[in-house]
Design a protein. Structure first.
Length: 131
C-alpha cells in the first residue's frame, strides 16, 4: 500500500520538523522577524493554519518523492537517502535561499529552513525506500 508509505514518510518528516523548529525556535523567530508575545511565544501560536499547511506540504512532498522514486527505480535505503539528500539540498533549499535573498532575509534563516527541507527530504527518502 503505497499510500501508507507516503503517509508514514510525511508524518516522519513533520515530526522531525516539530523537533527541528522547537530546538531552533529562538534563532528562527529572530531571523524570520516573528512577532513574539510577552510569554516569548509567537503571537500567532494559537493559529492552526500553519500547522495544517506544514502537514499538507509534507504530504505533497512525500507523494511526489514516491512518484519520482518509482520512476527512477529508487528502491534501496541507500538510494532513498541519496535521492532525498539531493532533492532537499539541490531542489528545495535553493528555492528557499532565493526567496529569502529577494526578501532581504538573513542567511541564518536560509540555513535553518534549508536545513529542515534537506533533512526532511532525507527522512522522507529513507522511509519511502525502507518499505
Amino acid at each position: 500500500m503505497e499510500i501508507l508509505n507516503v503517509l508514514a514518510a510525511a508524518a516522519a518528516s513533520y515530526a522531525f520538523g516539530a523537533i527541528w523548529y522547537m530546538t531552533l525556535a529562538r534563532p528562527w523567530m529572530a531571523a524570520a522577524n516573528v512577532e513574539v508575545g510577552p510569554d516569548g511565544r509567537p503571537t500567532n501560536s494559537d493559529d492552526k493554519v500553519p500547522y495544517l499547511v506544514a502537514a499538507g506540504t509534507a504530504l505533497v512532498v512525500a507523494g511526489m518523492m514516491r512518484h519520482i522514486f518509482e520512476l527512477g527505480g529508487i528502491d534501496t535505503i541507500g538510494k532513498g537517502l541519496v535521492a532525498g539528500l539531493g532533492l532537499g539540498l539541490f531542489i528545495a533549499s535553493p528555492w528557499i535561499a532565493a526567496n529569502n535573498a529577494f526578501g532581504g532575509r538573513p542567511f541564518r534563516l536560509t540555513l535553518i529552513d534549508g536545513g529542515y527541507a534537506t533533512i526532511g527530504c532525507v527522512i522522507i527518502g529513507l522511509v519511502l525506500a525502507a518499505f
